[in-house]
Design a protein around this ligand. Structure first.
Ligand SMILES: [Zn+2]
Length: 137
């Protein structure tokens, strides 16, 4: 892996978040959009990728943790209840992500309604922005 290029891609991802854009990397060969951005295409291995804004259309396909996790108390303090979930993007990538606004009592009902639509929310953390997800309905 080309470390220098990878660092540029990571930096670019955060720079775009500052502009309010959630970006992935689109493969110039097969068109797969990778998210979060990676240096090469995860689908075909092609090293040539370019920036592409993701649609933001995504669904929760599974709740990956059994409870409201206490290991990011700063997240709960700043953004309220949340859970960990598998989020599948319309573009194809499936990621483990933080979904905001899900309480312990919401969880079982949510699980029965899967897949549930979510949308990205760019949030300010300590000195940088990152992407969490929230229920789209
Ligand atoms: Zn590809």
């Amino acid at each position: 892996m080309d470390k220098q290029n990878y660092e540029l891609i990571v930096k670019g991802f955060y720079d775009f978040l500052e502009e309010g854009k959630v970006m992935g990397r689109k493969c110039t060969r097969c068109g797969e959009v990778g998210f979060p951005p990676f240096i090469a295409c995860n689908e075909c291995g092609c090293p040539k990728t370019e920036w592409a804004e993701i649609s933001g259309e995504a669904t929760v396909t599974g709740l990956t943790m059994p409870g409201i996790m206490q290991n990011f108390p700063d997240v709960a303090e700043a953004f309220g209840p949340y859970c960990f979930a598998s989020v599948k993007l319309k573009e194809g990538s499936e990621i483990n992500a933080i979904v905001l606004g899900v309480t312990a009592s919401d969880r079982d009902g949510l699980r029965q309604r899967l897949p549930v639509p979510v949308k990205p929310r760019i949030v300010q953390r300590d000195g940088y922005k990152t992407v969490f997800w929230e229920l789209a309905e």
